[in-house]
Design a protein around this ligand. Structure first.
Ligand code: FES
Length: 110
């Protein structure tokens, strides 16, 4: 599998997140990566409640306190590091995570 560069670490400085299209063997998936301290996670941008993208604004995936990921559609709150929904209509379900790693100054899909 060819490694795909998703973005630079510094691309996450402003909002803590970045939307990207992941290319896997010709199939394209809307995804986003988030950073909290040294931790990086990658998630498919599809809410388990209604399979809609979580964000209405570019790269906006956090709540106001940056303590959870939030779905702008119906307000579901997700744990940042596990993707599990803690509150909202899809409580107990999880975002789909995909493996990412840091390579130098870049984040790549592993
Ligand atoms: S689509 Fe995310 S909470 Fe409804």
């Amino acid at each position: 599998m060819v490694e795909q560069v998703l973005c630079r670490l510094t691309d996450l400085d402003a909002t803590g997140a970045r939307e990207i299209v992941l290319d896997r063997d010709g199939a394209r998936f809307p995804v986003f990566v988030v950073r909290v301290g040294a931790e990086i996670r990658g998630y498919v941008n599809s809410c388990p409640h209604a399979r809609l993208p979580l964000n209405w604004k570019e790269d906006a995936f956090f709540d106001a306190m940056r303590s959870h990921l939030v779905c702008a559609n119906h307000g579901a709150r997700f744990d940042i590091l596990t993707g599990k929904c803690l509150r909202g209509p899809c409580k107990g379900q999880s975002l789909v995570q995909f493996p990412v790693r840091v390579k130098g100054e870049r984040i790549v899909a592993a």
